[in-house]
Design a protein around this ligand. Structure first.
Ligand SMILES: Cc1cc2nc3c(=O)[nH]c(=O)nc-3n(C[C@H](O)[C@H](O)[C@H](O)COP(=O)(O)O)c2cc1C
Length: 170
């Protein structure tokens, strides 16, 4: 698919079938994430693929929505604040770096016919416990990865502000 076509047509999917994700597709998605840019090229991330029944159950408890329960895989983009770049004024690039990696994941997934939904509203302290995170480790986003349910209908047109509202030439 053309890149701009991916941008135009990708959307958050909240309806999954339990069809398995092919390993070669998962590898391609993770390869895209691996190639994402990060401040000072620190690559302060780890991509956790939640695959076992036991861990899927636990992670799904951190975001209790009916539609989330069917997804066959969950990708967690985890960061390490000890690895991320810090500016002199204290700014830490970690959240930006992880957001870019997650963006690469959701776009690559769509290109391969797979669905995702960026989830930021999970129960953070629950997820920290489930993953046994250390103090320096952070998660800002997780996503289900799978095929849309057979009854899923793409939303189509995007609900976005008009360019006139959000662009200013100076
Ligand atoms: C930082 C961030 C957090 C989000 N958190 C959630 C979430 O917790 N649950 C959810 O269903 N969607 C979540 N979304 C998806 C947005 O609601 C969605 O991207 C937005 O409504 C635009 O729709 P689209 O992705 O279909 O184009 C999140 C998206 C972003 C970028």
């Amino acid at each position: 698919m053309e890149f701009l076509e991916i941008i135009e047509n990708r959307e958050s999917v909240r309806s999954y079938s339990n069809q398995e994700v092919e390993e070669d597709k998962l590898t391609k998605i993770l390869e895209a994430a691996r190639l994402a840019p990060s401040a000072a090229n620190r690559q302060p991330w780890e991509f956790i693929i939640v695959k076992s029944k036991e861990m899927l159950e636990k992670v799904k408890q951190t975001y209790q929505r009916d539609w989330f329960y069917n997804a066959p895989l969950i990708i967690i983009v985890k960061g390490d604040k000890n690895q991320s770049w810090k500016r002199k004024d204290g700014y830490d690039s970690i959240e930006t770096d992880l957001a870019i990696a997650m963006t690469y994941i959701i776009l690559a997934a769509f290109d391969l016919g797979l669905a995702t939904c960026w989830i930021g509203a999970f129960d953070e302290s629950k997820l920290r416990r489930v993953l046994n995170l250390k103090e320096n480790e952070v998660v800002y986003a997780i996503t289900p990865l799978g095929y849309p349910d057979k009854n899923y209908e793409p939303k189509g047109a995007k609900d976005r502000k008009d360019l006139k509202e959000i662009v200013r030439f100076i």
